[in-house]
Design a protein around this ligand. Structure first.
Ligand code: NI
Length: 398
């Protein structure tokens, strides 16, 4: 096993380069499935490190490579994943490394994820003699844009050749203080689905409702009725959300319109609740509309599934986290209603997804993910690199 001090020192030595990489990616953000420059740099770096079997262009811009340990023959294969894409946000930070592409910004920390996994690759590539088994590093496009990059990469075969036994991924966490790591076993992040409901009523004069079928009134009844689903039909010790975030109808103060459109999001943590809410949302919307003489057309689209961590793999991550930041800084992560397409990897293989705290109020680094002033404390990168490296080595040694 790798000595604690030795690993930390070697990471500290490469940190200036890691920060430079992160800032370079930050300055040159690329939207989902357009991570051409980023993926090019990733592949070039992996080649320079002597990483084997580098494959590029997977699901568009995805990259994978293998780092084979030499301490023992054969052994298991563990996959480590980073996402590479930025967001369509106009950056409001005033830093040297501000985005050079107006309207595109690394506002979620994927620049840091990519830089960290390159550093983990480097750390492991220089220690091949200290472990047995294989580490597969995977750089993924398009986490921010469902259906996302994970699913097509899996379809392209990234979990085979060699067969991947376990998967780990991380996210920078601006809700977590610098120096903390959050881990959680079981459901962690929600499944995120979307819906739209089109209500077909009958327009008319605002003074003569008896001649109309008012889609606005019916839409309002549907909004209210949908709130009964989580409150009355989901087990209260479990959780879910139905949010109507779009309600479009009408143009004139004295005209009852023909139609109304509702739209929103549904979040759940279990397959049973996901199935329940999808079915009941349709029944309630069409039922209320029918009862009030209108017709509702419901369109329900499933997005990322829930992110569910394997208990045994999470225990390995927890031990690595304790070695990295000390037991007092390892937190039990709270369930999150946000979604993450690492969940597709977790549907196929046991693994764990964890969060590395990067919030630092003393330096004004308090803005959350997807905010135009999002920025992170780069000291978190060293924590993430050490955590990921330890997790991989611990798994391979298990
Ligand atoms: Ni993200």
């Amino acid at each position: 096993m790798v000595a604690l001090a030795e690993l930390r020192e070697s990471i500290e030595e490469i940190m200036p380069g890691v920060v430079a990489d992160r800032r370079d990616f930050h300055e040159n953000p690329e939207l989902a499935f357009h991570e051409v420059r980023t993926a090019g740099i990733v592949a070039e770096r992996l080649r320079a490190l002597g990483v084997e079997d580098i494959r590029t262009g997977i699901a568009g811009t995805g990259v994978t490579g293998l780092i084979r340990g030499e301490a023992a023959a054969g052994g298991k294969t563990v996959l480590l994943r980073a996402d590479m894409d930025a967001l369509p946000i106009l950056e409001e930070n005033e830093v040297d490394y501000v985005s050079r592409t107006p309207g595109v910004m690394h506002a979620c920390g994927h620049d840091a994820h990519t830089a960290m996994l390159l550093a983990v690759s480097r750390t492991l590539a220089t220690r091949r003699g200290e472990f047995g088994g294989t580490v597969k590093v995977l750089f993924q496009p398009a986490e921010e844009m469902p259906p996302g990059g994970a699913k097509p990469m899996i379809a392209a075969g990234v979990l085979e050749d060699p067969h991947v036994d376990a998967v780990f991924g991380l996210h920078i966490n601006q809700d977590g203080p610098l120096g903390t790591i959050d881990v959680r076993s079981g459901p962690y992040m929600a499944a995120a689905d979307r819906f739209s409901i089109k209500i077909h009523g009958k327009g008319g004069h605002g003074a003569r409702p008896q001649d109309s079928v008012d889609p606005i009134l019916i839409g309002a009844q549907i909004v209210t009725a949908l709130q009964a689903l989580v409150a009355r039909e989901v087990d209260p010790v479990e959780s879910g959300v139905v949010s109507v975030c779009v309600f479009k109808s009408g143009e004139a103060f004295n005209v009852i319109p023909d139609t109304a459109e509702l739209g929103g999001t549904v979040r759940t943590f279990t397959q049973a609740n996901r199935d329940l809410l999808e079915r009941r949302l349709g029944e309630v919307a069409t039922g209320v509309a029918t009862a009030l003489r209108a017709v509702a057309e419901v369109d329900y689209t499933r997005g990322y599934p829930a992110t569910v961590n394997d208990p045994a793999m999470t225990e390995i991550a927890r031990e690595a986290a304790i070695e990295t930041v000390g037991v007092e800084h390892v937190r039990d992560g709270a369930m999150l209603m946000g979604a993450e397409d690492f969940s597709y990897f977790l549907q196929e293989r046991p693994g764990s997804f964890f969060f590395v705290g990067s919030r630092n109020p003393e330096r004004g680094l308090i803005w959350g993910h997807h905010h135009p002033r999002f920025d992170l404390d780069e000291a978190a990168l060293a924590v993430g690199i050490e955590m990921m490296t330890r997790t991989a080595l611990k798994y391979l040694a298990s």
